[in-house]
Design a binder for this molecule. Structure first.
Ligand code: GDG
Length: 740
């Protein structure tokens, strides 16, 4: 990855549900046992002066997280080791039950893993979730310093980014989501207030990361549907700031797993495993959870045994299930179903000297885990839904011998990166059975080819590259922000501009109409240019080239502008009337014949949304909803329509969807305000250019102009224009400065 020139300084604050170590109090004092999970090692790489990162972190990493110790137990205890300084969050038991067990694990976890029937929608869960997020916030208020960078993790803390943003608007905040973000059909099952709180909460961050592009897309759709906010190139422009939403597939410490292959303890564990098992070994490792597809996996394995008798007695399936949440009835039930299935399969196919499944319910030390990975011929990783899944990545990384076959569920985020695996559908037993045989019979050369390809990818994008990527985006957003930042025109700017104008020989002005030359009014037909503005535009147009460039149709623009000596561009560049000419001419790039396929979609949405209507312009179709009976409802429909159009229009039609003020418009991509502006610039050589506009469509125009041109955004929304003026009232003031 390209290194950025500037490295920012400040401290790193990590916020995750749990602290990275267990706090054990004994007679000799307090000991901290640091966890060795993926996040901890990733974060450590940042602290230990990883030269590649865009930040240079000062001091120890501050980690804010829940502890089950009480405040009294920890009083006077220094909670830090060489790497971390911990700031514990104390959550009373009952609150934690409703927050963590309730909202997080009985609602968000099942819902976001596509198990809506297991989700419990309880009001007290939601209240507890807000309250607990506030407790995290409270624990941070005194910790945060001006240059600190805050990185918040996962579905337990979705409201926290915005809470921090409100109080600390200048600190950089990142948010990473470790589980799947579901499609909108699932997300919309949440009550609307909860949905909004979640979206608003997450958007408090500067950078929001997910594992895959699908999750990014689903999140962006949720943002659009819930708060009506669109995005451009993964940036959400919240007017006063930007949020970058992107995919950062979490990875592992590749080298650690690869090196472990030769660790004597791992070598021993590998030999032990192989010595006690049959010719071929298949394994799986997961926490006890319905998302991991444990029962489906057993069914698939059973189908394999049923159909491929030649493998009886020659293969062992080691299924390790790591205890998790087994105090909860549902998990106990799942465990007992697994016990039964394993028992049934064993009884049906097992022999005195052969157990088809070796099932263990426990966790293992690292060396034993890697021993199992490296002893196995096949990894059978078949979650029905998994944000990423690290076990499969660890398996690939640990295979220094470049042998072994990965069977991987298409429902795991990791499937997007590990295309050389045998990809299966976890609910399809036959698919699993066939993949097992294919894996068992795969030639060593084929195994090697696939392993090498996957290893290369994981080596390049390991957990350190992952953190680096995320933090680089945190810097990049600053650059993007600086580029778009609102800089108001000062008196000095105005006098410089008018001086440049006075000196120039050939001047060109581009004016947007609504919101620039006239104020925005409720009824668009009332948007008539005032006498004062008319006078000054007329005066400019006598000396210079003036282009009024608008999305309006030609009829309206002619009515309001025909007596002015200006060029008129209608329908975002599709129609042009040159000064002095009577008629508009159609942009040469315009091709007829597309409206027939789009009009029925817009009309369907009119039926669905009382009060909305379709306007047919010459070169575009517009779905207006400012006249809708219920604005909030109409906004939702508008978002759905825009989404549908964007996703289902055939690319060959070359259409563009513009979301304007209370209108969704469809038009040809071949032209926009930018291409029109360019056409005027190409006609003559100008030494002074000024463009003014308030709308998102004016961004195309600003972007098309040369760097030396003056571009002025009316209003304070982030824009590519070099300067802003507060509102439409200020336009006159600026125009007056060009009087000669
Ligand atoms: C969530 C998302 C996403 C497991 N058993 C033992 C053991 N492990 C380690 C593995 C692996 C980790 O635990 C499990 O990670 P997964 O990614 O497979 O699954 P989740 O715990 O559900 O994690 C998931 C992840 O967050 C990261 O964003 O990938 O989709 O659900 O590292 O090695 N480690 C040891 N003994 C065990 O018995 N030592």
């Amino acid at each position: 990855m390209k290194k950025l020139p500037t490295r920012k300084k400040g401290r790193l604050i990590i916020v995750a549900y749990r602290l990275p170590f267990k706090i054990i109090k004994n007679e000799g004092g307090t000991s901290l046992f640091q966890n060795s999970g993926g996040l901890v090692s990733a974060v450590l790489s940042l602290a230990q002066g990883n030269d590649n990162t865009s930040f240079e972190f000062e001091d120890k990493i501050q980690w804010i997280g829940y502890t089950d110790n009480t405040a009294e137990e920890l009083e006077g205890v220094t909670l830090e080791n060489d790497n971390f300084r911990a700031h514990p969050v104390f959550i009373p038991q009952e609150l934690n039950d409703n927050y963590y067990e309730g909202f997080c694990n009985d609602l968000i976890w099942p819902l976001f893993h596509y198990f809506p029937t297991l989700a419990r929608f309880e009001n007290e869960f939601f209240e507890a979730y807000q309250e607990a997020n506030l407790l995290f916030y409270d624990a941070m208020v005194d910790v945060i310093q001006p240059d600190d960078v805050i990185w918040i993790h996962d579905y337990q803390l979705m409201m926290l980014p915005d809470m921090i943003r409100q109080k600390f608007p200048k600190n950089k905040i990142g948010f990473f989501f470790h589980i799947p973000f579901p499609s909108f059909e699932i997300f919309r099952l949440l009550p609307s207030i909860w949905r909004e709180a979640i979206i608003d909460g997450i958007l408090g961050a500067d950078v929001v990361g997910f594992h895959t592009n699908d999750y990014v897309e689903y999140f962006l759709k949720a943002v659009r549907m819930v708060i009506g906010q669109g995005s451009r190139m993964h940036y959400i422009n919240l007017n006063n700031r930007l949020v970058k939403v992107d995919a950062f597939p979490i990875s592992i410490d590749y080298q650690k797993f690869n090196d472990a292959f030769d660790d004597p303890k791992v070598v021993q564990a590998r030999h032990d495993t192989r010595a006690s098992l049959k010719e071929k070994v298949i394994f799986s490792v997961d926490r006890l959870d319905y998302s991991k597809g444990l029962l489906h996996r057993l069914k698939g394995y059973e189908r394999f045994l049923e159909q491929y008798e030649e493998w009886h007695g020659r293969v062992s399936f080691v299924m390790m299930v790591v205890p998790s949440r087994d105090q909860i009835e549902q998990y106990q039930q799942m465990k007992s179903d697994i016990d039964q299935a394993v028992g049934r399969i064993g009884a049906k196919y097992g022999k005195i000297n052969w157990q088809p499944i070796i099932y263990q319910y426990r966790s293992m030390p690292f060396e034993e885990l890697v021993g199992l990975y490296t002893a196995s011929d096949v990894a059978l990783i078949t979650p029905v839904r998994d944000g990423m899944n690290l076990v499969c990545k660890e398996y690939v990384a640990s295979r220094k011998d470049e042998q072994g076959v990965l069977i991987l569920s298409e429902m795991a985020g990791a499937a997007a990166e590990l295309g050389e695996a045998l990809i299966i559908n976890p609910t399809d037993s036959q698919d699993i059975a066939d993949a097992i045989v294919k894996a068992l019979e795969m030639e060593p050369d084929d195994q090697r080819k696939r392993m090498i390809a996957m290893q290369q990818r994981l080596r390049e994008y390991d957990v350190f590259a992952w953190t680096n990527d995320f933090f680089t985006q945190m810097i990049m957003i600053d650059q993007e922000h600086t580029r778009l930042k609102t800089k108001y025109l000062t008196e000095k700017d105005i006098s410089q501009m008018s001086e440049a104008y006075a000196k120039a020989e050939k001047c060109l002005f581009f004016f947007d109409y609504d919101g620039t030359l006239v104020p925005i009014v409720r009824d668009p037909n009332d948007a008539v240019i005032s006498d004062e503005t008319r006078e000054i535009v007329a005066e400019l147009a006598k000396r210079d080239t003036v282009v009024v460039i608008s999305g309006r149709d030609r009829k309206f623009l002619l009515e309001v502008l025909s007596d002015l000596p200006v060029h008129i561009v209608a329908e975002h560049g599709a129609l042009i009337r040159k000064k002095g000419e009577a008629e508009f001419t159609m942009n040469a790039a315009y091709q007829e014949g597309w409206k027939e396929s789009i009009r029925p979609i817009l009309e369907l949405y009119v039926k669905r949304c009382p009060g909305a209507f379709v306007e047919e312009k010459e070169t575009s179709l517009a779905w207006h909803y400012r006249t809708a009976d219920d604005h909030e409802y109409a906004l939702r429909r508008a978002q759905e329509l825009a989404w549908q159009l964007k996703n289902y229009i055939e690319p060959e039609l070359n259409l563009q969807i513009i979301e304007g003020n209370m209108v969704i418009e469809v038009k040809k991509t071949a032209f926009n305000k930018g291409t029109s502006a360019t056409a005027f610039m190409d006609e003559e050589k100008y030494d002074f250019i000024l463009a003014m506009g308030d709308d998102t469509t004016d961004e195309d125009m600003f972007e098309a102009l040369p760097d030396w041109a003056y571009t002025v955004k009316v209003g304070d929304a982030l824009s590519i224009a070099t300067k802003h003026i507060k509102n439409q009232n200020a336009v006159m003031e600026l125009l007056n400065s060009f009087k000669k």
